[in-house]
Design a protein around this ligand. Structure first.
Ligand SMILES: Nc1ncnc2c1ncn2[C@@H]1O[C@H](COP(=O)(O)OP(=O)(O)OP(=O)(O)O)[C@@H](O)[C@H]1O
Ligand SMILES: CC(C)(CO)[C@@H](O)C(=O)[O-]
Ligand code: BAL
Length: 294
């Protein structure tokens, strides 16, 4: 696996791949690094489906608010190189901030409409504008045939898929299921911020989602009743400060009164100064309930 930090060198390498094998698929896994099994599952999936696999590691300042954790976000390039290579990546792109934003903040952004109004977008103003702007830049640089995103950041996946459709990017977005710790906690680079007690409490997010899923499987179709079920679980743990629990349409992200079709169960909570999110992305058809991504 090759480390590339320079934009011109990245373009050159990808152009060469395209010349050598015009029909070979290029797969792309964008990340902020500090890789874990969740990221590696995306890289392995890309490896299985594509001729070439590019992973980017870039902690994008544009998607962090002024009070957020950009400065302390965990970074370990040596480890990332080892793990990405082990999972089958061909190239790791790790540009310096100045290469991506030579003029400081970009003068032109990609903007997100109503899909950014609620949930993560409401708590992190400007976050999704930063995400789609950097993802657009990365898509232009890598020109992948397939890009791999994790279900864990479900609102992000919905927004990127919509951006690709609305702005006619010639690529396919593949959503990969959330990889969890044995106790159910969704893997996240931010889990390293948790102290011992918080780490023990953290799986409650997943337990709240499971409680709602059980109600769904038992026939409950009221959105508010499922939200109540999640809130009841989240509210029972003093170390957890719940931010939202929601049952939404997976295309519009609007809350649902009645649950049917493709739906997202979303939770977000603070543990001390750490924010964690989790979700279930389900298809509800009659009395059947199944996971959307496998
Ligand atoms: N547990 C997971 N399972 C599957 N995919 C994941 C998981 N965690 C992250 N991803 C995906 O990996 C990609 C890169 O995410 P990112 O680098 O932000 O990692 P992260 O662990 O989610 O970090 P953060 O703590 O900032 O949320 C995204 O598409 C994200 O959805
Ligand atoms: C997609 C992404 C790499 C853009 O910076 C980031 O939001 C992430 O890691 O999910
Ligand atoms: N995992 C999504 C990127 C972020 O939280 O900033």
């Amino acid at each position: 696996m090759e480390l590339v930090q320079d934009i011109a060198a990245l373009r050159e390498r990808i152009a060469r791949w395209r010349r050598e094998d015009p029909d070979g698929r290029v797969g792309f896994v964008p990340t902020m690094g500090y890789l874990h099994e969740g990221h590696l599952s995306l890289i392995r999936r890309a490896r299985a489906e594509c001729r070439r696999v590019v992973v980017s590691v870039f902690v994008n300042p544009l998607q962090f608010g002024p009070q957020e954790d950009f400065a302390r976000y965990p970074r370990d390039l040596e480890r990332d190189l080892r793990l990405a290579a082990g999972a089958g990546a061909d190239l790791l792109f790790h540009p310096p901030v100045e290469a991506m934003y030579p003029h400081g903040d970009p003068g032109v952004f990609v903007d997100v409409g109503d899909l950014a109004r609620r949930w993560e977008g409401a708590r992190r103003p400007g976050h999704f504008r930063g995400v789609v702007t950097v993802v657009t830049k990365l898509f232009h640089l890598v020109q992948p045939d397939r890009a791999y995103f994790g279900q864990k950041d479900a609102q992000q996946a919905v927004i990127v898929r919509r951006m690709v459709a609305d702005l006619n990017f010639p690529l396919e977005v593949v959503v990969c299921p959330t990889v969890r710790e044995p106790d159910g906690l969704a893997m996240s680079s931010r889990n390293v911020y948790l102290d011992e007690d918080q780490r023990r409490a953290a799986p409650i997010l997943y337990r709240a989602l499971q409680a709602a899923r059980r109600r769904l499987e038992a026939g409950e179709r009221s959105g508010p009743a499922l939200v109540e079920a999640m809130e009841a679980v989240l509210g029972g743990q003093p170390l957890i400060d719940p931010e939202y629990a929601a049952v939404v349409d997976a295309a519009t992200l609007e809350p649902l009164e009645r649950v049917e079709g493709e739906v997202l169960l979303l939770v977000a909570a603070r543990l001390g100064s750490t924010r964690l999110i989790d979700n279930l992305w389900l298809v509800v058809e009659g009395d059947r309930v199944r996971d959307r991504w496998t």
